[in-house]
Ligand binder design. Structure first.
Ligand code: PLP
Length: 467
């Protein structure tokens, strides 16, 4: 399987090279040269299979010959044995035709673990064979950093630097990163927003000299392996609800558009999906893009669902590339212009294509709070604010066929956001038994301004100090 850049100016490369590279040299994102597919019979046969087995089958389509199937199967088995639920990502019914897909049973209590646990093992596998040690830099809106630190800490062939926006993430989120004592972990509090952190990562990748000096890699959802691993649970959830015979609608709490785009990937692989709703908080650039056809950056505001406080959704470029008929020249033009103007008018034909499957919904802070309380009152389930954004969007969703089952992705455990949940519903969510108590462990992190040169200098010293 070969991968091409969405900006059309970089040569095609194999799966492992695309994974390790992060961004393509032309500034684009890698996507598969053609979509691998499953037949309806193959999809139906996923029903009742262990999650790790479906993961090996789905991810295997993207890996191609780069990793032997039995090695990939073993990595999937190990990755998903770290989850505290035997179903890995259980589906829970909320109401008739309404379901929650619980993606938070991994070690850091958010859906980022699903992909990151596999990525940590994949990097180890490849880099140990190449006798190579890479520096992974990761911008986090709160959950990616913890999941990445957990997946990579103590590994011999990678060091990890997590950049998080100062004061914009919950204490539990921060502690999942900053209490790691391993030598190969550095956490940096950036005096800026998540978009600033992500921009620093992109600039670091575009500096060839720096990239080579520290052997840079990235595990944000620009990394294709993240997307591939996240496309798996759309299959397992849909077959549990009788796909492919019946279509399912997915409501995806969205920030960087990785998860919602992974749903799209599943459809390209043959999964019949009725609708994908990108549910945002008041940082609604994506909801506006799908509804109005105009992708326009706004100012980031802090909300109860900090992992979605994002105004520049990296993976939207991948969808745009498909919607303009895989025209790399047009995609490059559009996103280079967007980087400087903050504005992109989606061509009407491309917007119409997006609308065939996607719809946007933005949810206010007040509705998020109300939904946490009403969900508790109506179902007994305590949900986190990110999940509440999805449930609120599902509550107003009108589908052509009302019999279509609706699956809301539950992206974080409520115990990761205890203050917001307590304020909304008057209950303090309990931390799962398997999670260690991090509240008393000492924290270790540096503070830096939102400046790419300063951060690069820090990373050079950190990488150099490790040999
Ligand atoms: C990362 C995250 C999201 C947003 O996912 P994207 O793939 O960035 O759209 C939503 N909820 C939680 C809890 C997250 O950690």
């Amino acid at each position: 399987m070969r991968y091409v850049s969405t900006r059309g100016e970089s040569p095609s490369i194999g799966f492992l090279d695309a994974v390790l590279a992060g961004l393509a040299p032309d500034g684009g994102l890698y996507v598969p040269e053609r979509w691998p597919t499953f037949t309806p019979e193959e999809i139906a046969a996923f029903a009742g299979q262990p999650y790790a087995k479906v993961a090996a089958a789905v991810v295997g389509k993207f890996v191609g010959d780069d990793v032997p199937a039995e090695d990939l199967a073993l990595m999937c088995e190990e990755a998903y044995s770290t989850f505290a639920h035997a179903a890995v990502v259980p589906l829970k019914q909320l109401a008739p035709g309404r379901h929650l897909l619980e993606l938070f049973h991994g070690p850091t209590l958010a859906f980022k673990d699903v992909a990151m646990q596999l990525l940590g093992r994949l990097y180890d596998y490849v880099l140990s064979r190449q006798s190579r040690t890479m520096t992974i830099i990761c911008a986090t809106s709160g959950d990616t950093g913890g999941a990445a630190v957990e997946a990579f800490r103590g590994r011999a062939h990678a060091r990890i630097v997590a950049l998080f926006p100062e004061g914009r993430i919950s204490e539990v989120q921060r502690r999942f990163m900053t209490t790691a004592t391993d030598k190969n972990v550095a956490c940096v509090s950036i005096q800026g927003s998540f978009d600033d952190c992500q921009a620093i990562v992109k600039q670091a990748f575009q500096d060839d000299q720096f990239r080579h000096a520290v052997d840079l890699s990235g595990v944000n959802s620009i990394n294709w392996a993240r997307i591939a691993a996240q496309s798996v649970y759309f299959f397992t959830a849909a077959v549990a609800l009788c796909a492919p015979a019946r279509k399912v609608a997915f409501v995806v709490p969205t920030g960087n558009f990785g998860d919602a785009y992974a749903a799209y990937v599943a459809t390209r692989m043959g999964l019949p999906v009725a609708r994908i709703v990108a549910a945002t908080n008041s940082n609604d650039i994506l909801a506006r893009a799908f509804e109005d056809g105009r992708y326009a950056r706004g100012a980031v505001s802090a909300t109860q669902s900090p992992a979605m406080d994002i105004q520049v959704a990296s993976n939207f470029e991948r969808l745009y590339f498909e919607a303009v008929g895989r025209d790399g020249v047009e995609t490059g033009r559009a996103f280079r212009a967007f980087a400087s103007t903050g504005l992109l008018d989606i061509p009407p034909s491309a917007h119409a294509k997006m609308r065939e499957l996607f719809q946007g919904a933005s949810v206010s802070e007040a509705d998020t709070t109300k939904t946490i309380l009403s969900t508790l009152n109506e179902t007994g389930e305590v949900i986190d604010p990110h999940t509440a954004v999805g449930v609120a969007a599902a509550n107003v969703l009108r589908l052509a066929d009302p019999a279509t089952p609706v699956v809301v992705l539950s992206t974080a455990h409520p115990a990761k956001f205890p203050e917001a949940v307590a304020a909304a519903a008057g209950v303090v969510p309990t931390t799962p038994r398997a999670t260690p108590d991090l509240s008393k462990k000492p924290e270790k992190f540096d503070r830096l301004p939102a400046d790419a040169e300063t951060v690069k200098a820090f990373v050079r010293v950190f990488a150099g100090g490790q040999g």
